[in-house]
Design a binder for this molecule. Structure first.
Ligand SMILES: *Cc1c(COP(=O)(O)O)cnc(C)c1O
Length: 388
């Protein structure tokens, strides 16, 4: 039997992941690989090396990449479960759902922590972090999200990291939705642990996350992991011992990821991928302004990864109906996740191009017309290219 032809007719995913992937990434999965066969282990080694290259780090300086089965959340939780010593205390900066998820993990793991919350449309305040760290020397780790996918806000990790380092704290960054498209300078930000996953900007399929850290930083605590399957130090020892995942790896997702990495380099790496997302973002912001949709965030903190828009006030606008009609036209958008405002989200990442954004905006225009929603065009606010 041939694969269903629907593979090329799937709706486009304007979501924060899992994403629309290229046909070649999907095709790479049409193989079965033995998880302890030397060929497969060679591919896993190549993937780990390439991820270090994406981060512009080298093994000679002690850096390593630890892939872990499961989605991104598993990677973040594994990092906390493994890397925080019994006497450790974590300060979490939260301005969205993923920062709050870190807090939930620390609660579940019984790890002492404090939370510095800021509004969902404001970046964390480094001065407040400075005061908190100065007042509480028990804090050993600072954790934050780079691109908070809840809104698309880009948090200033360089500034936060420098503050953490002034107080000799270990710095942890959830770069799930930014790694591979937004430049991240590990030394400048003083990053000790960075977590990302296969199915965001690197455009693979879901199945594993990965943690980038220094071998020393991870193994220092030795044997304190609060979980068996989420023990990153043991996972690393497994790779070092025989090149294998400790338990069944997502073999097909790894084959797809190998292809996704080739396509990433062909596109010009972080700069090339970021440039495409930026073009998508500019087309989206301009097109949506023309239709009368207002972004939730001010341009100065808005990343090019995903944008939250205010739902129109028009009573004729029903998100469920809007969503269903768009999905029937082949466009999947994403509901909002904000506590403060009624929003919906549109992602720019995955195998999507400017023409796809233009097609989406057109479908939105037609759908609004069908729903009888009338909005006035807004003056287009020029997007701001931010790096952090
Ligand atoms: C996607 C994402 C995660 C992980 O979510 P999963 O559903 O477990 O993959 C974590 N943090 C951020 C910022 C994300 O965008």
């Amino acid at each position: 039997m041939t694969p269903p032809s629907s593979v090329s007719r799937d709706a486009l995913l304007f979501t924060p992941g899992p994403l629309t992937t290229s046909a070649s990434v999907k095709a790479a999965m049409l193989h079965d690989a033995g998880s302890w066969h030397f060929e497969f282990n060679g591919r896993v080694r190549w993937i780990r090396e390439q991820l270090l290259a994406v981060a512009e780090l080298s093994a000679e300086d002690g850096w390593t990449v630890i892939p872990l089965q499961g989605s991104g959340t598993f990677g973040v939780e594994a990092m906390f479960a493994t890397a925080i010593p019994a006497a450790g205390k974590v300060c979490v900066l939260a301005n969205g759902a993923y920062g709050e998820r870190m807090v939930l993990m620390l609660q579940h793991l019984g790890i002492t922590h404090v939370v510095l919350r800021s509004a969902e449309d404001a970046v964390p305040d480094a001065d407040r972090l400075e005061l908190t760290l100065a007042a509480d020397p028990a804090i050993t780790h600072v954790a934050c999200v780079h691109c908070e996918t809840t809104t698309g806000i880009l948090n200033p990790i360089d500034e936060i990291g420098r503050t953490a380092k002034r107080h000799c704290c270990v710095f942890i960054v959830d770069a799930m939705s930014s790694f591979g498209a937004i430049p991240i300078d590990f030394p400048a930000a003083g990053i000790d642990f960075l977590i990302s996953s296969a199915n965001k900007c690197l455009a693979g399929v879901p199945g594993f996350s990965f943690v980038i850290t220094r071998r020393e930083a991870l193994l220092r605590g030795g044997g304190q992991a609060r979980s068996l399957s989420l023990d990153l130090a043991d996972q690393l020892r497994g790779f070092e011992k025989n090149g294998q995942f400790r338990y069944t790896p997502p073999t097909h997702a790894l084959l797809a990821f190998e292809q996704a990495l080739r396509e990433f380099w062909n596109e010009g790496g972080v700069a090339g991928r970021g440039a495409r997302y930026w073009r998508n973002h500019v087309a989206l912001i301009g097109g949506m302004a023309r239709l009368g949709f207002r972004p939730f965030l001010p341009p100065a903190v808005q990343s090019c990864i995903i944008t939250a828009f205010h739902s129109p006030a028009d009573p004729q606008f029903d998100f469920g109906e809007f969503y269903h009609r768009l999905s029937r036209r082949g466009f999947i958008i994403y509901p909002g996740k904000l506590t403060q405002a009624d929003t919906f989200r549109i992602g720019n990442i995955g195998h999507l191009f400017e023409a796809d954004i233009v097609a989406l905006v057109h479908a939105i225009e037609v759908t609004l017309h069908e729903l009888g929603v009338s909005l006035s065009p807004l003056a287009s606010v020029a997007p701001v290219k931010i790096t952090a």
